[in-house]
Design a protein around this ligand. Structure first.
Ligand SMILES: Cc1ncc(COP(=O)(O)O)c(C=O)c1O
Length: 343
């Protein structure tokens, strides 16, 4: 089976498994754990923030960031297809008591003029903007990376209105590699940022939320409230440290594999995907020119040994990751091609 459903299926490296065996077993919720603290310090250093807090998931870093930044009942402004909006089960409403307003965007980047129109203070008639969120790389936008100039414009606008900014950087390091910058250069345009070590970076579990010391202290309280204190998380943090120290540069291989896949599919039919849209490791394939829907395509590809996820009724999502090389990509292209011939 060639698994192109997600980069979350990556297995830990041998070095990670070794470091997990040797990690400390302090109680992170009581006296702290040495390895967790090392990972948090490394994450803070990489993002240019003062502090970090290790959490079980990207979803939790987003939820805790919203809880820690925002007054209950305020409005969160975010791009209409943001992961927080479409894939986190309404947690910011159901658990953080926040209202949201979606801002239209292109390739995951909010229309800054539309954001300017929506951002507003609390009055008798308005809830008021409590937080602005960005996402890079952007999942629903096929792994698109926010240009730094866009992040700067959003950050400046929000701060002019006294509104903090959080960035969902679940795949921050894919954006780092695509832009050829340090994580700090991205994170300078956001008050807080969360990233996952569990995706293309190959650690089994975990995300780190980074921000000021005061913000992270507050975040730790909310992390406990939502059940995110992991106690003896040393082994998970040990894998996370190796993820940051050894697995970032190789993400360029995943990006090259995604580009190769997009080019191969584009050769089958140009309407499927524009390879120029593929900036990182996600490839969204548009099936409107096909007679079959995404669920049928994914079932038929599975029968040929290729696993992909339907992203909508007419869209498939292919994700490249460490266990997929050129051979697997070429096989996936030929499997797709043989099905395409059938109409
Ligand atoms: C952009 C984005 N944010 C957040 C998440 C949530 O991460 P987790 O699955 O660790 O909760 C994901 C997961 O794919 C994601 O793509």
């Amino acid at each position: 089976m060639i698994d192109l459903r997600s980069d979350t299926i990556t297995r830990p490296t041998e070095a990670m498994l070794e470091s997990m065996r040797e990690a400390s077993y302090g109680d992170d919720s009581r006296d702290g754990d040495e390895t967790v603290m090392q990972l948090e310090a490394l994450a803070a250093e990489r993002t240019g923030k003062a502090a970090g807090a290790f959490m079980p998931s990207g979803t939790m870093t987003n939820l805790v960031a919203v809880l820690a930044h925002a007054q209950r009942g305020g409005e969160v402004l975010l791009e209409a297809s943001a992961h927080i909006l479409v894939s986190e089960i309404g947690g910011i409403a159901g658990l953080a008591s926040m209202f949201h307003r979606a801002v239209p965007g292109k390739r995951g980047a909010m229309d800054v003029d539309a954001l300017r129109e929506k951002i507003r203070p609390m009055t008798r008639n308005n809830l008021g903007t409590a937080l602005v969120c960005m996402e890079t790389s952007h999942n629903q936008a096929g792994g698109a990376v926010l240009p730094l100039a866009h992040m700067k414009a959003v950050n400046t606008l929000a701060h002019e209105h006294g509104v903090p900014v959080h960035t969902d950087g679940a795949r921050l390091f894919n954006a780092v590699v695509a832009l050829g910058v340090d994580a700090k250069q991205i994170a300078q345009y956001t008050d807080s940022i969360g990233f996952c070590v569990s995706k293309g970076l190959s650690a089994p579990v975990g995300s780190v939320l980074c921000g000021t010391e005061k913000f992270i202290e507050r975040a730790r309280t909310f992390r406990r409230m939502v059940g995110g204190n992991m106690r003896q998380a040393g082994p998970l943090a040990a894998a996370g440290i190796l993820a940051l120290n050894t697995m970032v540069d190789r993400l360029k291989d995943d990006h090259a594999a995604a580009k190769r896949l997009a080019e191969g599919l584009h050769r089958i039919d140009a309407s499927l995907v524009d390879p120029n849209d593929v900036e990182t490791n996600l490839v969204r394939v548009d099936l409107v020119a096909s007679k079959r829907n995404a669920a049928q395509w994914s079932a038929e590809l599975e029968r040929k040994g290729v696993r992909v996820s339907p992203a909508s009724a007419t869209t498939l999502r292919f994700v490249t990751q460490r266990h997929v090389g050129n051979t697997e990509v070429d096989y996936a292209i030929s499997a797709f091609s043989s099905l395409w011939q059938k109409g």
